[in-house]
Design a binder for this molecule. Structure first.
Ligand SMILES: NC(=O)c1ccc[n+]([C@@H]2O[C@H](COP(=O)([O-])OP(=O)(O)OC[C@H]3O[C@@H](n4cnc5c(N)ncnc54)[C@H](O)[C@@H]3O)[C@@H](O)[C@H]2O)c1
Ligand SMILES: O=P(O)(O)OC[C@H]1O[C@H](O[C@H]2[C@H](O)[C@@H](O)[C@@H](O)O[C@@H]2CO)[C@H](O)[C@@H](O)[C@@H]1O
Ligand SMILES: [Mn+2]
Length: 444
């Protein structure tokens, strides 16, 4: 019997990740046959920089697949099975401000961690809800697979404001780290491992790494990470990553020292070593500048070349775990594969001694009806304490957005582990309000 063909819209069509996701979709037509690929963005000029190349990528694989790039929500969301969402409200220039405002006050300035992530959260909620509403209006049976950051705050907002919507919030970070773990353990692929992991988004720990024979690989990997972080042997011999990412992977050696019975998410460095991070960052040239000068330029110029030549032959587009993970998730939903995947979901007892209504990142089984979270048991005091503070911060940001509350946002910033005092929190808040006039609700 022929497999059912799916129709996919990519929300945030102008994203730097769109071409690699489109390419990965059409490289997997045997697993996920497609009848339509749509790009949707609210910035036509930006999306058009990528659209022609994406059309060529699709048509080279199968000219029968319909392709459309549009800024009309009705056209975009009609007759859709899956929405792969990755919007950035305010785009990269606002990320730059998020990072620089914090750093200029001596605080971690990062896309999703610390105050920058909270400012970004206040911008993202509206945009994500708007796209869910379009999807439900024009294709009520569709699923949204949502990468839009800051995923922790966005996930809390979707839990609270769209509790019955078919939205799954995801992150590629554990996937990238698991590939490094597999390399360190001497395995070819992260899917050769059985893992247990719990935490919040960008704030979690692996408690089990085993091969398929049940051999415990965690102690061996911890020994490596204590010395080299998640930098693999190949990467040491022939470095490929940008220096800023290598630093993050390397710093895991100091994070793991705090609990050598587990393996940490790299982004814990922002909370546990914020002094180190601030000392090593340049407030005049942050990661947003680096992304604009590298990934954004590279992706747009590859797409320009593909469009001018009318072919992908001879052009280079990097395909990463990021695209593979979201396509695997789409396949799991479309064809009931029951794959075990890390998702950001409501806790509801999965972490036994943690709030039921917290959005946590844990393994789930994914099939045609969505996901079934797996029980992760009780967690230790160190992790529980850190997570309680962080989840309170994330919930207060969503409270502030919902209630237009200056006080709740001040409390949220004060609660964040990267912020040293209520005074600094207030100064940051006033700076962010000024910078985000166009995007935040007016706080009273
Ligand atoms: N969850 C994860 O692990 C993960 C990993 C990588 C990237 N991301 C996130 O994916 C998103 C895209 O990243 P990027 O660097 O490619 O961003 P980008 O700025 O290149 O692209 C984002 C696009 O979203 C569009 N957009 C903004 N608001 C919109 C709206 N309301 N409706 C439709 N489109 C809208 C913008 O116009 C832009 O074209 C970001 O949120 C980023 O943080 C998440
Ligand atoms: O600074 P950026 O824009 O490059 O990345 C920020 C995002 O970082 C994570 O994604 C990483 C991933 O962890 C890594 O393995 C590799 O594949 O690159 C990705 C992004 O380039 C993170 O999960 C995202 O939420 C961040 O937005
Ligand atoms: Mn992430």
């Amino acid at each position: 019997m022929e497999k059912r063909k799916s129709s996919v819209v990519i929300a945030g069509g102008g994203s730097t990740y769109t071409p690699e996701i489109v390419a990965t979709l059409v490289n997997n037509l045997d697993r996920l046959p497609l009848r339509k690929v749509v790009l949707y963005d609210n910035d036509e000029e930006r999306q058009n920089k990528l659209a022609k190349a994406c059309e060529i990528i699709v048509k080279e694989k199968d000219p029968a697949i319909e392709f459309l790039a549009t800024v009309d929500p009705k056209e975009a969301y009609t007759d859709i099975d899956f929405c792969l969402a990755h919007i950035r409200v305010g785009q990269l220039p606002m990320r730059e401000l998020d990072e620089k405002i914090a750093l200029r006050r001596g605080v971690v300035g990062q896309e999703t961690c610390g105050p920058g992530g909270m400012a970004y959260g206040m911008r993202s909620i509206d945009g994500v809800l708007e796209n869910i509403d379009y999807m439900e209006k024009y294709s009520p049976n569709a699923w949204m697979l949502n990468y839009s950051n800051p995923a922790a705050i966005v996930a809390e907002a979707t839990r609270r404001f769209r509790p019955n919507s078919k939205v799954i919030n995801i992150c590629d970070m554990p996937i990238g780290i698991e590939q490094a773990i597999a390399d360190i353990a001497g395995l070819n692929d992260r899917k050769d491992m059985d893992i247990r992991y719990y935490g919040l988004n960008h704030f979690g720990w692996w408690t089990k790494i085993e091969d398929k024979d049940g051999t415990d690989l965690l102690p061996k990997v911890v020994e490596w990470v204590k010395k080299n972080g998640y930098i693999t042997k190949d990467e040491i011999e022939d470095p490929q990553s940008e220096a800023s990412w290598s630093d993050t992977y390397m710093k895991a050696k100091d994070v793991v020292a705090l609990d050598p019975t587990t393996l940490p998410n790299t982004y814990l460095k922002y909370y546990l070593y914020s002094d180190y991070v601030v000392e090593h960052d340049n407030p005049e040239y942050t990661r947003a500048n680096e992304v604009m000068d590298t990934r954004e330029k590279d992706v747009f110029s590859a797409c320009k070349q593909i469009a001018e030549r009318g072919t992908t032959k001879g052009s280079y587009l990097e395909i990463t775990n990021h695209a593979t993970f979201i396509v695997d998730l789409t396949v799991a939903l479309a064809f009931n594969t029951k794959e075990r995947m890390l998702l950001i979901v409501e806790n509801n007892g999965a972490i036994e001694n943690f709030s039921a209504d917290a959005m946590v990142e844990i393994p789930c089984i994914v099939g045609k009806d969505g996901y079934e979270p797996l029980a992760m048991g009780k967690i230790p005091t160190f992790q529980k304490g850190l997570m309680e503070q962080q989840v309170a911060c994330e919930k207060l940001v969503v409270d502030a957005w919902e209630e237009n509350s200056y006080l709740k946002m001040w409390q949220a910033l004060t609660m964040n582990k990267c912020v040293p005092s209520a005074k600094v929190a207030k100064d940051l808040l006033d700076d962010y309000i000024e910078a985000n006039k166009e995007y935040w609700p007016e706080l009273k």
